[in-house]
Structure formats: C-alpha cells, structure tokens
Design a protein around this ligand. Structure first.
Ligand code: NAD
Length: 501
C-alpha cells in the first residue's frame, strides 16, 4: 500500500485522513462494518492502494437507515426552524471552503482527476451549492386559495398547501464528481429538513466520508447525515430496497438507474435518476471556429471524458469538417498526460485500469465496425490507467461507439450538410442529457434549441452547470432534476388542506 506520507505536497489534514482504513459513518460516529470487510481504495495515477474503505452489508445499511429515520422523527432536526437549518448549512459551506485544498487532494488521489478541477469544481462548487440551497431553507412556501366546492352550495371553504420534507433519502453517487454529487444530494435534504444515507461509488468514497465528519462539526445533529460505503450490488441495492427509505436520489449509469426504478416500484418510492448520456456537439458552417474547436475538444476531454454530458458525438458542417477535426486532434496532441496531483498535467488517468480497458475495448470495436482512428486511442505504458484520447471518423450511426456511453476520452466525428440533418443526427440517440450548438446565427440557434431532445442545451459553450439551473436528462438520461429550485422541490411532499368557514 502507498502510504499518504509517500506523496509530496499533501496537506497535513489530507495525509492524516488518508492514513488508516475508513469505516462507516452512522449516527454521527465511525462504526465498523459488522462483517469486518474492507476494500482497497486505489490511486489510478500509479495503480496502488492508498487506504481501505468498509464494505457495508444489508445489516449495516439497516443501521444507517434506522439512524436517519430516528433523526427525522425524534431528533432535534425536525424541530429546527428553517433559519437554523440555513445557519448550519452556511457553517458547513465555510468548513468545506476552509478545507478546499485538503478535499481536492483527497479527491484527486482516489479519482485521478486534475487537482485544478477538484479545487474549482468538486470542492468550490460544493461550497456554492450549499450556500445556494441554504438560502432556499427559509423560502419554502405553499399556497392559499379560495375553493369552489360546487357540490356544496352555501358553504364557504378555503384551501392551502403545505410542503413537507419527504423523509429519509438514499443518495447514491458515481465516481466522476464524487464530492459535488454528494453535496448535490445533501444540500436539498438539509434545506428541506429531510435526512439522508449517502452511498458513494466504491472507487471514490473518501471525500463523502470527510463531508460527513464536517457535517457534525458544523452542528448538524447525528443521524441526519450517514454514509455507507461498499458495492452497488450489496450496499446500494440494500439501501434502495430498504422499506424505511422514502426517496432515492441516484446518479449513475442508465442500466443501474433502470434497476432502481424497478426496485422503487413496489412501494412507489419517489426517485430522481440522473443517468448516462451521449451528448451531441453541433458545429454550424458559420461558427466562430476559434471558440468552437477548443470548445468541442474540451467538451470531450474535460474530466478525461468521464462526464455524463461529455460531448462525445461531434457533428460538423462539411465545409469546415477537416479544419475542426484537425484542430481537435492538435489539442489532444498537446495534452500533458500525467498524475492529477501534478499541476502541469492536463490529462490525468481514467478512474481505474478496468475502466480504461473498457474504454479501449470500445475503440477496438469501433475500428472493427469500420471506423478510422484519426488520432490516439492507445494506452500509455505506465502502471497508472492513462490513455491517449481517441478521435474516430467514418463510424455508422448505429455502431456501439456512436450509440453507447463510453465515459472516456473518445470522440466520434461526422460531417453534415444542412441543419435538418444535424438535428436528426443529434436526436438519433436513446439518451437526451445535454447538447451544444456552435453558431453565430440566431435563427440556427433558436431552431436547434427548440428541436433538440436534451435536458440542457448549451449555445456556444458545452457542459456548463450552475447552482440555479435545474440539471436533468430527457429520454433514457433520467427522471427529475438536481440543482435549482426543481432540485429542492423534489424533496418536498405536497399536503393539501381544506378549511370550512
Ligand atoms: P454506476 O451506475 O455503475 O454506479 C453508480 C452508483 O450506483 C455507485 O455508487 C454504485 O455502487 C451504485 N450501484 C451500482 N449498482 C447498484 C444497484 N443495483 N443498486 C443500487 N446502487 C447501485 O455508475 P458509475 O460507473 O459509478 O458512474 C458512471 C455513470 O454515471 C455514467 O453512466 C454517467 O453518465 C453517470 N453520471 C450521470 C450524471 C448525471 O447527472 N446525469 C452525472 C455523473 C455521472
């Protein structure tokens, strides 16, 4: 095992956190998994384990859910007023802000993500998400209304709605933006007065565990925030199936999302599913290519292609196709491939060797199906899970490399002749998470925004998220939204009231 002491430049707090195996966080304290099982946490930049995290079983999950239920029903949490919840949320944001470097380093060590990204996105976006949702805690409001009740003439009624917290939430996260995803699940829970059991991805549980400690330090009562680590098949499935879970907020693959919807059906548990994507990037003939070329390149290279809304399908007007693909290949060629902790790196390792090999397998399959590799697509000879990004041309729309989510730095590019073709190609996917249009023409943009089938559309940018903007997928990319007002209201149950005067 690589000890945290072997890394240069870690903060003392990151070093201290990484040293020693990680247990479950239940009811405000570290609890050992009943079966005593742990799994290694691997740094993909060198392929060695840095620590271990508990593998929860159904019994551990039950303890966590029961703690969350107690905190929801009996603890001080339900009695706290909205302004008090707002205050603890703001305190938690301050603690994360103060620990930005430590959290960023821990995240980079277990995920391979670039340190500049884990600082700016994972840590800082989490701070801002908490502040944004803290503001909502005091603004949750129902309605009052005059009622008609036409079948009871002569009696006057008025009505009202109250919005009440849904209860115990299961938050299940993927490994690509671990801390952010945990906070996107946690923040609306805290703002609305729900409680939560978080289940991070098996590869990247560390920052979620540190977040749980910070929740206690911020004054959130024990049991409100619990973390169970372990596999999806065991811990995740037990959490989803638990009868005392009222809502599931899941981010991950479409295949697992489908199984969660089925598991939620018998009790009609509420759910949000933020799933996979195969997002199109459309470059019109009149686009500002100085912006569109780097924009399209980073749409797929950002986070090493491990983004749910990565721009993995590129459609370019035939008149500028060669210029755009050559420009993207040049950017890919200029990348500095290296460990995420090295600030000079511009492309880190994929999350694991197994995932890198899966991505390489897709490239092989694409070539076997008839596509040509215009750039890269090869592994780097290193114990870390590095690869050169791949740019493929000449694939058919029905090929796996075009239709399936690869979740790595693999771009398939196609020329088109008119915008109707481009829209038809952009929409020829089972997914509908994001899409971008690069053009200077208002009519082209407006038509694209109208007709593209995607939960988010970006105009002359790609993959820009914000706290206030609801994020969710169409088609097989999901159900419901996170972030924004929609993300908050997804944690509230509507109770209607009738007053007889
Ligand atoms: P995954 O679906 O394999 O796992 C996601 C989480 O679900 C993990 O915590 C895993 O342990 C858990 N899980 C697995 N099987 C489960 C089961 N049967 N029951 C309950 N939980 C289970 O996804 P991943 O490989 O970790 O992440 C990559 C995927 O996440 C990609 O498809 C990506 O597009 C998607 N993603 C979507 C968004 C979005 O907002 N739409 C954001 C980030 C990632």
């Amino acid at each position: 095992m690589t000890l945290a002491n072997d890394y240069a430049g870690l903060t003392d707090a990151a070093r201290a956190f990484l040293n020693g195996r990680k247990m479950l966080f239940i009811d405000g304290e570290w609890q050992a998994p009943a079966a005593g099982r742990y799994a290694p946490i691997v740094d993909p930049s060198h392929g060695g384990a840095v620590t271990e995290a508990a593998l929860a079983d159904a019994g551990d999950v039950d303890r966590a859910v029961r703690a969350a239920r107690r905190a929801f029903v009996e603890g001080p949490w339900p009695a706290m007023r909205p302004h008090q919840r707002e205050a603890v949320m703001l305190r938690l944001a301050e603690l994360i802000d103060a620990e930005t470097e430590t959290l960023a380093q821990i995240e980079t060590v277990s995920s391979g993500k670039l340190i500049q990204n884990t600082r700016l996105f994972d840590a800082q976006f989490s701070v801002h998400t908490l502040r944004y949702m803290a503001g909502w805690a005091t603004k949750i409001a129902g309605k009052t209304m005059e009622l008609s009740v036409p079948y009871m003439p002569g009696t006057r009624f008025s009505g009202f709605t109250r919005l009440q917290p849904l209860g115990v939430v299961a938050g299940i996260m993927p490994w690509n933006v671990p801390l952010c995803e945990a906070v996107w699940k946690l923040a609306p829970v805290l703002a609305t007065g729900c409680t939560i059991v978080l289940k991070p991805a098996e590869q990247t549980p560390l920052t979620t565990l540190r977040l749980a400690e910070l929740c206690i330090a911020a004054g959130i009562p024990p049991g409100v925030v619990n973390v169970v680590t372990g596999t999806g098949a065991e811990a995740g499935a037990a959490l989803v199936a638990h009868p005392d879970v009222d809502k599931i907020n899941f981010t991950g693959s479409t295949a697992v999302g489908r199984s969660i919807a089925a598991a939620a059906a018998p009790r009609f548990k509420k759910y949000n599913l933020e799933l996979g994507g195969k997002s199109p990037v459309v470059v019109a003939a009149d686009a500002d290519l100085d912006a569109a070329i780097p924009g399209a390149a980073w749409a797929i290279l950002g986070n090493h292609g491990q983004n749910c809304c990565a721009g993995s399908r590129l459609y370019v007007h035939r008149s500028v196709f060669d210029r755009v693909v050559d420009g993207i290949a040049a950017i890919a060629d200029s990348l500095v491939i290296g460990p995420g902790l090295d600030p000079a790196s511009t492309l880190g390792p994929l999350v694991s060797a197994a995932h890198r090999d899966r991505v390489l397998g897709y490239i092989e399959r694409g070539v076997a199906d008839g596509a040509s590799l215009l750039y890269g697509g090869t592994p780097v000879d290193d114990p870390g899970s590095y690869m050169r990004p791949a740019l493929l041309v000449g694939a058919r729309q029905e090929d796996a490399v075009v239709q399936e989510e690869i979740f790595g730095p693999v771009l398939v590019a196609f020329p088109f002749d008119d915008m109707d073709d481009a829209l038809a190609l952009a929409n020829a996917s089972g997914f509908g998470l994001g899409a971008s249009i690069w053009s200077r023409d208002f009519a082209t943009i407006s038509d694209f925004v109208d007709r593209v089938q995607a939960g988010t559309v970006w105009i002359n940018n790609h993959n820009t998220l914000d706290l206030s903007l609801p994020f969710g997928g169409w088609k097989q990319s999901g159900v419901g939204h996170e972030l924004g007002e929609e993300g908050l209201y997804a944690h509230l149950a509507v109770k209607a009231g009738v007053v007889r005067h």
